[in-house]
Design a protein around this ligand. Structure first.
Ligand SMILES: C[S@@+](CC[C@H](N)C(=O)[O-])C[C@H]1O[C@@H](n2cnc3c(N)ncnc32)[C@H](O)[C@@H]1O
Length: 373
């Protein structure tokens, strides 16, 4: 008997991936590309685990690779490093639909045939044909034990519910990416079925703007974290026709945040958190009736940085980098602001550059002090 997914949805694998899906997959694969060598080099563990809980079939109708094949490609790219460091990479691929599951297995096995024989001793693929709701709790101890990268590319929204999300939030070395069909909340969010998964104030969300729904859901998730949680969450909104979907990235380590934000700002150098003009920056020249002249997201961040430096609330590159990450920006934006301030003789610092980078602050522990002139 063929198992069927629980929610009736449009099937992603019956047609070629659209542009929005490809952006989501680029986010997934770019993060894996950064994560794999980082954890190999860090040497925390001889075993790294990657989980793709909603893996699909491996390819779309046009043979364009989906998440499991892209993950395998990123592992194969690191073959030399994997050999040198004698690392074992364990990939966990799950697909609930039995027909798709068979295709997934054969796609991955064919991919593995193309790689060097030696790599097969270092790469283990575990396949599961299970409902995520059952599989996730059984794999949770493994996720918590090892450095893990977890992808949850669900259809819809239901698996963002607290029983899964808060379990991931508790782990110390897990980075994850959650896909959400966020605008479903606008349509169905007040129904008991949706409220069961995540209880949001839908009227408030609507007031804050339909296009910002995914960002606002991410804010809600941040608020639902235990007060002592060091988990950082970042949204990346994806517009597809009239719908707003998105990815939520979660991690505890600054290095992970640095890598994710660099990828996100590369994908969209204007706002860094959407595949569209989420803040209507194309019309910045126009005066807003209520707010007056608006400025860009990057300029508004730089203005905040300047105020905090001049008020001496921020005095070092470490404080500034933490503030930059908290605001979802990259070090480059803060560096530009400080260089400008130095040029305008507002501040000085004891280094050639403001050093608002992960490497300066956390890797080399180089602390730079900013002083008002
Ligand atoms: C959005 S697609 C994933 C696409 C995949 N990441 C790719 O790149 O091709 C979601 C997949 O999850 C499967 N699925 C649906 N409900 C599931 C469940 N409860 N547990 C596990 N998989 C499920 C669907 O059959 C579908 O293939």
């Amino acid at each position: 008997m063929i198992k069927k997914p629980l929610m009736a949805t449009v099937d992603l694998h019956d047609k070629p991936f659209d542009e929005t899906t490809k952006i989501k997959l680029t986010l997934f694969e770019s993060y894996a590309q950064a994560w794999i060598p980082t954890f190999i080099m860090a040497g925390f563990s001889k075993e790294l685990h990657i989980f793709d809980f909603f893996a699909g079939t491996g390819y779309d109708k046009n043979k364009s690779p989906g998440s499991p094949i892209r993950l395998l490609e990123k592992v194969i790219e690191q073959a030399d490093l994997i050999f040198k460091r004698r690392i074992k990479i364990i990939l966990h691929f799950n697909e609930f639909d039995s027909e798709k599951f068979e295709v997934l297995k054969s796609s991955c096995e064919s991919k593995m045939i193309t790689c060097e024989n030696g790599l097969k001793n270092h790469v283990d693929i575990k396949y599961y044909n299970e409902d995520f709701a059952i599989l996730f709790p059984s794999l949770m101890p493994l996720i918590a034990k090892h450095p893990s990268l977890v992808y949850l590319d669900q259809n819809g929204i239901k698996f963002i519910s607290q029983e899964y999300f808060l379990e991931l939030a508790k782990t110390s070395q897990t980075d994850f990416m959650y896909f959400l069909s966020s605008s479903y909340f606008v349509r169905f969010g007040n129904s008991p079925e949706f409220k069961k998964h995540i209880d949001l104030n839908i009227d408030d969300l609507k007031k804050r703007g339909y296009e910002k729904i995914h960002r606002n859901i991410c804010d809600h998730l941040k608020e639902s974290l235990p007060p002592d949680s060091s988990l950082k969450l970042y949204p990346f909104s994806l517009r597809k026709g009239v719908n707003i979907h998105g990815v939520i990235f979660g991690a505890k380590h600054h290095r992970a945040v640095d890598k994710f934000l660099s990828i996100a700002w590369k994908l969209n150098p204007i706002n860094g958190d959407a595949n569209f003009d989420i803040d209507n920056e194309a019309n910045l020249g126009q005066i807003d009736m209520f707010k007056g002249q608006r400025i860009s997201k990057i300029d508004s961040f730089k203005k905040e940085v300047r105020d905090k430096i001049l008020s001496e609330e921020i005095k070092t590159n470490k404080e500034l980098l933490n503030f930059t990450f908290e605001k979802g920006h990259i070090g480059k934006h803060a560096n530009e602001c400080l260089k400008e301030m130095k040029k305008n003789k507002e501040i000085t610092y004891n280094a050639n550059s403001p050093c608002v980078t992960y490497d300066s602050v956390y890797k080399n522990e180089k602390i730079v002090h900013y002083e008002k002139i």
